[in-house]
Design a protein around this ligand. Structure first.
Ligand SMILES: [Mg+2]
Length: 267
C-alpha cells in the first residue's frame, strides 16, 4: 500500500472525531530532528505549521517531552505567535499553558545525582555530555567517537549513581536519563486524558521513553476509545517501530501526518 494511503487509513478513526480528540506528540526526534548537541535541536517549520493548523480543531493538542517547557515553547514560537497547545515538560512535571508556567524546583536527589554524574564524566570518553534538564539529568554519548561503546561503558556506573539517590534510569537514543520514579510520558498523557475526556487519542513519539505513553493509548483502546500510536521512525529504535500502529519517516513524516489529519477531518 502507498505510504500516504496507509497513513490515511490509520488516522481515519481519529479524524472521524477530531473535535473530541487528544493529540499528543513528543519533541526531539518527533518534531525536531535529532542533532549532535541537544541545545541545537530545532523543530521543523512544517511540523510547527501543521500543529498550528491542527490546534483549533481538536479537544486538546499537547507536546509531551523530557525537555523543559520553556525550551519547547520557544521552539514552537509560542512566545511570539501563540496557538492553543499545552506543553508538558520534564516528563509531565512541568506544565505550560497560555504562557503560564508551572515549573517545580528540581528535586534535591536530582541535583545530588547531577553532581555525582559530573564527577563520573570527568573520566568518561571525550564527547560525552551532561545535560541538566532541571527535573532530571541526561548523559549523552552521541558526540563520542564510539557512541554505542561509550553508552555501554557508562550504563552501569550511571545506574549505580541513580540507585544511590533513589532515581530511575531511562535509556534512549545514545542517552541515559536519570530522573525520579513515577514520572513518565504515560502518566503525563493520562493526566491530560482525565482533564479532557477525549473520545480519541493519538500519540506520536520516537524513543523508548515514549513506550509508557504507547501503553496508555493501548489501555484506552481496550476501554473502547479510538487510539493510535505513531513512531517517528529511525534505524536507531526498532523496538518502538515494532510496537507502533503506524511508522512514519522521522519528523518530516510527522509533519505530513499532522497535515493529513487536518485534511481528512476537513473532508
Ligand atoms: Mg523523542
Amino acid at each position: 500500500m502507498h505510504e500516504l494511503e496507509r497513513v490515511r487509513e490509520q488516522l481515519a478513526p481519529i479524524a472521524a472525531q477530531l473535535g473530541r480528540a487528544l493529540i499528543a506528540v513528543d519533541f526531539d526526534g518527533t518534531l525536531a530532528p535529532i542533532v549532535q548537541r541537544p541545545e541545537d535541536a530545532v523543530a521543523l517549520p512544517d511540523a510547527v505549521a501543521a500543529l498550528r493548523d491542527l490546534a483549533p480543531r481538536v479537544s486538546c493538542l499537547a507536546v509531551i517531552t523530557g525537555r523543559p517547557v520553556e525550551f519547547v515553547a520557544h521552539q514552537l514560537t509560542l512566545d511570539t505567535q501563540p496557538f492553543p497547545v499545552v506543553l508538558r515538560g520534564a516528563y509531565g512535571r512541568e506544565h505550560w499553558q497560555n504562557g503560564d508556567v508551572r515549573q517545580p524546583p528540581p528535586p534535591d536527589e536530582v541535583r545530588a545525582a547531577a553532581a555525582d554524574l559530573a564527577a563520573l564524566l570527568a573520566t568518561a570518553p571525550a564527547g560525552v555530555l551532561l545535560e541538566d534538564k532541571g527535573s532530571g539529568v541526561a548523559v549523552h554519548t552521541r558526540q563520542a567517537v564510539d557512541p554505542a561503546g561509550a553508552l555501554g561503558l557508562l550504563d552501569e556506573p550511571v545506574r549505580a549513581v541513580a540507585a544511590r539517590h533513589g532515581l530511575h534510569v531511562e535509556p534512549g537514543r545514545y542517552v541515559l536519563e536519570v530522573r525520579p520514579f513515577g514520572i513518565d510520558k504515560g502518566t503525563a498523557l493520562l493526566d491530560l486524558v482525565r482533564e479532557h475526556q477525549p473520545q480519541a487519542v493519538l500519540f506520536v513519539g520516537d524513543d523508548l521513553g515514549d513506550l509508557a505513553a504507547f501503553e496508555v493509548v493501548e489501555q484506552l483502546r481496550e476501554r473502547g476509545l479510538a487510539g493510535v500510536t505513531v513512531c517517528a521512525g529511525s534505524a536507531e529504535v526498532p523496538t518502538l517501530a515494532e510496537r507502533a500502529d503506524l511508522v512514519v519517516d522521522g519528523p518530516a513524516g510527522v509533519a505530513v501526518l499532522l497535515s493529513e489529519l487536518v485534511r481528512l477531518a476537513a473532508g
